[in-house]
Design a protein around this ligand. Structure first.
Ligand SMILES: [Zn+2]
Length: 150
């Protein structure tokens, strides 16, 4: 998969994050793409605030939107922020092959653990993703701490 394709997939996740922010939610977005790196299977955003559901993370929202699938081999989960343990568990549980991470400056999730278990990890270190989270955390530290369980 090319870096260009990965950056293009990240755009979808960023759109989701921005939509979440506009709804008063936590600006984390994600999308699940097919093995060709271009077919969008599902997209979603963190919906803790919107749904009152702390288990509705961006990755789980994208995963649920994709519906049922026999195999996740070759699929890519793209997310604006390094995946938490819960979402890293989802990636391993269902055998998602790749995870593209927008940034891991704000939050160091489970991507190292995923890499240790054969998941291909690409960290784009995207400045827009980092700025989005940093601005959000500065504005709503209470909500951010609630989300990461502090
Ligand atoms: Zn998560």
């Amino acid at each position: 998969m090319s870096l260009e394709a990965d950056r293009l997939m990240l755009r979808t996740a960023v759109e989701e994050a921005r939509a979440g922010l506009a709804e008063g939610g936590i600006p984390i977005g994600a999308a699940l793409y097919g093995p060709d790196g271009a077919t969008l299977l599902g997209r979603g955003r963190n919906r803790r605030v919107q749904d009152g559901d702390p288990s509705m993370h961006a990755e789980t929202a994208a995963f649920r939107a994709a519906g049922r699938r026999r195999s996740y081999r070759g699929t890519t989960m793209v997310t604006t922020l390094s995946p938490c343990w819960y979402c890293s568990g989802l990636v391993r549980q269902f055998g998602i092959s790749r995870v593209v991470v927008g940034e891991n400056r704000t939050f160091e999730g489970g991507h190292g653990w995923l890499a240790d278990h054969g998941v291909q990890i690409v960290i784009l270190d995207d400045p827009e993703c980092a700025a989005l989270m940093q601005e959000f955390i500065a504005a709503r530290p209470d909500l951010w701490n609630e989300d990461i369980g502090l």
